[in-house]
Design a protein around this ligand. Structure first.
Ligand code: CP
Ligand code: NVA
Length: 335
């Protein structure tokens, strides 16, 4: 991989995404066969988590362990990022101790600043703006499920949030059609939409931004949702519950998609709000396969960034090989 850090999916070329998927498939298969990798032997990953996490924390810690490395968990209070000392100093000093940094934080600029001053790879484990490890794992899961990404349609129902942005970028980079239905006031931000549309024009993917969840899911292969209130927005929960009441993934909404649609959710889910129990536990739900793949995709990311294989050239995926290569040097910087 030419990219040193994983801050945003927009920084990855299509080939780099396919290379991550190639390694995720390979490492998943090898682990299942009982083959143990030692790629991170002697390496240490610092894990800075300023917000709660189950999947990201556990899957990264297990990923590092399964690759024979070691991780150190640092919570908000113990490190005081930008409070006890500057982000620049944390990045410069930690780079002298560890071989990679995973960070989950609030403001997106914290991830960017860490990456700017760190001499070791920085991986974004979620910011208020983006969740790239989630978006990559999700497209890996979709490819695994359908065998090919070609011609697929993904519909996101809900808030134009961090998960929606990373999912949209991953879809568009891989030529997958993306639709989103959100209530007024909770749509994807205009600068992001403009970048997404430029990118889509180059990859042949389409993007649709709608109010009506039924229109968004019609003909979709994947229906995706996330919580109405993200971490850090708890004060807005009541207001959001009202605004999003029509944006619930129910059995009726799944039926509107047509045959064969699957349902995804990054989790944690607020059952009864954005998704019903019946859908979460029903036959169309692939949420647990999706959660499992966080582990395999993050192992691939760690492998490629922290212990790049000698011949880590672009991997060719037969299923997405026709998608043109896209890198975005001209994109404005995200918040
Ligand atoms: N999907 C996800 O990132 O879950 P956690 O918040 O539990 O890490
Ligand atoms: N949008 C959610 C995702 C959690 C994985 C949040 O930021 O809280």
């Amino acid at each position: 991989m030419r990219t040193k850090h994983l801050v945003a999916i927009k920084d990855l070329s299509t080939e780099e995404i396919l290379e991550i998927f190639h390694w995720a498939r390979k490492l998943k298969g090898r682990w299942a066969q009982g083959i143990r990798e030692r790629a991170l032997e002697g390496k240490v990953v610092g894990m800075i988590f300023e917000k709660s996490s189950m999947r990201t924390r556990v899957s990264f810690e297990v990923a590092v362990l399964q690759l024979s490395g070691h991780s150190i968990y640092l919570d908000r209070d113990s490190i005081g990022l930008g409070v006890r000392e500057t982000i620049k100093d944390v990045a410069r000093v930690m780079s002298r101790y560890v071989d990679g940094i995973v960070v989950r934080t609030f403001e997106h600029h914290v991830v960017k600043d860490l990456a700017r001053y760190s001499t070791v790879p920085v991986i974004n484990g979620l910011s208020d703006y983006l969740h790239p490890c989630q978006g990559l794992s999700d497209l890996f899961t979709i490819q695994e499920r359908f065998g090919s990404l070609e011609g697929l349609r993904v519909a996101f129902v809900g808030d134009g949030n961090n998960v929606a942005r990373s999912l949209a970028t991953a879809c568009v980079k891989l030529g997958v059609h993306f639709a989103i239905a959100s209530p007024a006031g909770y749509v994807l931000d205009a600068p992001f939409v403009s970048r997404l549309q430029k990118l889509a024009a180059r990859t042949g993917a389409s993007t649709r931004h709608l109010r009506d969840p039924v229109k968004a899911v019609r003909g979709a292969n994947v229906i995706y949702t996330d919580v109405w209130t993200s971490m850090g927005q708890e004060d807005e929960a009541e207001q959001r519950r009202k605004a999003f009441s029509r944006y619930r993934v129910t059995r009726e909404l799944v039926s509107a998609a047509g045959n064969g649609a699957v349902v995804m959710h990054c989790l944690p889910a607020h059952r009864g709000d954005e998704i019903t129990d019946e859908v979460m536990d029903g036959p169309f739900s692939i949420v647990y396969e999706q959660a499992e793949n966080r582990l395999h995709v993050q192992k691939a990311i760690l492998r490629l960034l922290l212990a790049p294989p000698a011949s880590s050239g672009p991997a060719v995926s037969p299923s997405a090989g026709s998608t043109p290569s896209v890198r975005d040097p001209d994109e404005p910087t995200e918040r």
